[in-house]
Design a protein around this ligand. Structure first.
Ligand SMILES: [Zn+2]
Length: 463
């Protein structure tokens, strides 16, 4: 078989000169030389580029894993998007998609929703793809989707900054919006701009946009979700109010009413300026149960701890029902979730048994601190990029509730935490090295960590 020699091309030229098969001089139009642009060929080129990107991504990801630099998921997605910038939209195409976002609880909620769908799919659960490791930026989603290209259902956790793109690129049928809280102040700056990006993306999606499952107790979530054509409200009775004192619509003061079981008063909020107010919940969390749209009361019996996880389950349940799973089956699946991406996992560090809790911001700490039951509590703080460089949020966390316990401050910002603990009048020891902080505890300890030390602890404890 003879090799084809291509004529050299001058930039901007519309034709090239060369020899025909019979040896005579000829001039060809460039359009005739370029590949046929019929739709079929364009599709083949597009598919070939995605295949090349997937192959290269897999290669680099495997190399990264073998060199113990991590799971390889992140670098795999980055390489894929470098080779094929359209890889994410191509991989999302043709799938039924549910997306979960919010500052706190999105990894667990996505795991709960994926488990509900898997329970329903039974032996066909291989049809489902899920970014279970929590890699939720463009490259993380691309990486996860490329691992199961045959899947036709995608349950995806999305970073707050990626939600607008996913709405546009993937046209999800369900979008779960959990909450907004200050997180990584150096990267996110102010949370209202994120809420605005959700709102604009939902407005642009119009009637073809996702059905939104939204936390009715979060004013910024409500404001963003109201741009959607269809919203299912979940009344989670969230009591964290520190990140929503002003109305996202008109900047007037928001009035917050705290729940009072004695008088039967539910949590409530409303704006004194424009009338934005808490919508009535289609689903409700009530005394540890979930009340669905048909007023059926479900005892969730989850394997993951905490009141906030019942809120997460209520949102996951609403999403699962929207995707066609009945509540009983959905909850049966959700109960199988024990330690989503290492959260709440119990690990062994030498002779020490430790339960790992993740808290990334004041709202997360408010949820995690009451879960810590051990006499000695280890708190690990870092300020790497993934934690947020700014640790001023330490002063918004009520560490005072640890008074009377023995606390070990660890991680690279242990000293910052130590100052905070001193002002909170909590007994502490400062042991910056993680391994040292966890060594030789005779009784099980609870560890609450920010993102980077949490991931390190997962690797150290193999969970
Ligand atoms: Zn207002």
């Amino acid at each position: 078989m003879s090799r084809v020699r291509l004529p050299s091309l001058t930039p901007g030229a519309s034709s090239v000169v060369g020899k025909s098969e019979s040896g005579t001089d000829c001039r060809w139009r460039l359009d005739d030389l370029l590949p046929d642009r019929s739709p079929m060929t364009a599709m083949s080129v597009s598919t070939a580029r995605l295949s090349a990107a997937t192959f290269a991504g897999r290669l680099v990801g495997t190399a990264s894993r073998l060199s113990r630099r991590g799971t390889g998921a992140s670098i795999r997605g980055k390489v894929m998007l470098k080779i094929d910038p359209s890889a994410l939209s191509k991989l999302l195409a043709g799938k039924r998609i549910a997306v979960v976002s919010g500052t706190n609880g999105k990894t667990t909620t996505t795991h709960l929703l994926a488990a509900a769908l898997r329970e329903s799919l039974g032996p066909d659960s291989g049809r489902l793809v899920h970014n279970a490791d929590g890699a939720n930026l463009h490259h993380g989603l691309t990486s996860a989707l490329s691992e199961h290209p045959e899947a036709d259902i995608a349950i995806l956790e999305s970073d707050e900054r990626v939600v607008a793109d996913v709405i546009k690129l993937g046209r999800p049928e369900v979008l779960v919006l959990l909450n907004f809280s200050r997180d990584q102040l150096d990267r996110h700056h102010e949370i209202k701009s994120l809420g605005r990006s959700w709102r604009m993306a939902l407005a642009a999606a119009g009637p073809g946009g996702p059905v939104v499952v939204a936390n009715a107790d979060e004013p910024l979530v409500v404001w963003a979700a109201k741009a959607a054509e269809h919203v299912i409200w979940v009344d989670t009775a969230t009591t964290w109010t520190q990140d929503s004192s002003l109305c996202p619509e008109c900047d007037a003061n928001l009035i917050r009413v705290q729940p009072d079981p004695a008088s039967g008063q539910d949590a409530d909020w409303y704006c004194t300026g424009c009338g934005l107010a808490r919508p009535k919940g289609d689903y409700r969390v009530e005394s540890g149960t979930i009340v669905d749209r048909a007023h059926h009361v479900w005892d969730p019996h989850l394997s993951v701890p905490g009141r906030f996880n019942i809120n997460n389950a209520a949102c996951a349940l609403a999403a699962a029902e929207l995707m066609g799973v009945d509540a009983g089956t959905a909850l049966k699946g959700m109960r199988k979730v024990t330690s989503p991406a290492g959260r709440f996992a119990t690990a062994q560090f030498g002779s020490t048994t430790a339960r790992l809790l993740l808290a990334k911001n004041p709202a997360g700490w408010a949820e995690a601190l009451p879960l810590a039951q051990s006499r000695t509590v280890v708190l690990a703080i870092d300020s790497a990029a993934a934690d947020g460089r700014d640790v001023s949020w330490l002063w918004d966390v009520e560490y005072e509730q640890l008074a009377g316990r023995s606390v070990i401050a660890t991680g690279r910002r242990a000293q910052d935490l130590a100052v905070r603990l001193r002002y909170a009048e909590v007994d502490y020891r400062c042991i910056p090295d993680l391994a040292e902080a966890l060594a030789n505890h005779t009784k099980p300890v609870d560890v609450i960590a920010t993102y980077t030390p949490f991931q390190r602890l997962r690797r150290m404890g193999r969970v």
